[in-house]
Write a protein that binds this ligand. Sequence first.
Ligand code: ADP
Ligand code: MG
Length: 339
Amino acid sequence: MSSIIQLLPDHVANQIAAGEVVQRPASVVKELLENAVDAKATDIKLIIKDAGKSLVQVIDNGLGMSVTDARLCFERHATSKIRQAEDLFSLHTKGFRGEALASIAAIAHVEMKTKQDQEELGHNIVIEGSKFVSQELAVLPKGTSFAIKNLFFNIPARRNFLKSDIVEHRHIVDEFQRVALAHPNIYFTFYHNGSELFNLPPSNSRQRIVNIFSGKTNEKLVPVQEITEIVSIQGFVSKPEFAKKSRGEQFFFVNNRYIKSGYLHHAIMAAYEGLLKDGCQPSYFLYLDVPPHTIDINIHPTKTEIKFDDEHALYAILRSSIKHSLGQFNVAPVLDFDR
Ligand code: ADP
Ligand code: MG
């Protein structure tokens, strides 16, 4: 009898994991922005070239990394965010898998610069296709910069699958907006091919929405607020008369994380019942806070889907609070057929 099973070498395992974590330049943008947020940055810059195909760079003024961490962060399952399985049920960070940097470094050229506040000098590390190329001491500002070049350089099929710059750029803008909306207190700027696309000074959530989607948005928003034991909801929905034929801007954040949920979307549509013209959709920006142990974020590698303990209760609370807000702000003609 001969045995044929082997453990895959790390760089192969990383490349396979990268297939899940990194679908396109926008995935890199999401992971780097979230890491910067987790590092408690108050100022985050996103710089891209050619829709992220030539460059995705994120510069933060966060905690930075020690020299040991600066090497270790590229290892798979290397994370400072959880230590034991129980921590998964009390997450306060965006990351926890310790997979993003290992994946990105497996399929791109990465230059990282990082310095902790208390250190005199920082570290500049270059890694390409999981191989360390160079590491040197450098005079750097506090914080971390990741520059990702030549994404998918060693997976031509993947590279060829990328869509036009317009499409890839759209995905990046989406990711940027999600993180910027989730963290209005952080200063975000975004440059594409040298020109500034967004400049978002720290503010509150209403002002952040307006800064991203233009001043006209302000008058369209109705505030929503509800505090119960299982969820606290705050945010804004659009007045029914501003509903759009397209999907409009629709955002759910759960514990400051952007998520997609067809079920909760349905709760919102139910709250608007009888108020919308056929085929029109409202915009919404809703921030839900739930006790961390009542959700499971781990069901999707990119973490945009989560599982709630009590989805039905959430549905009912969301629907009724939005209905209440729409009524309270007297935003629509009184429609009897809603009863
Ligand atoms: P995760 O975010 O799931 O922990 P990542 O692969 O994204 O995994 O990052 C690995 C580790 O590298 C993080 O846990 C963190 O300690 C460190 N790190 C990554 N990005 C930054 C950053 N911008 N500033 C400081 N530390 C960082
Ligand atoms: Mg991360």
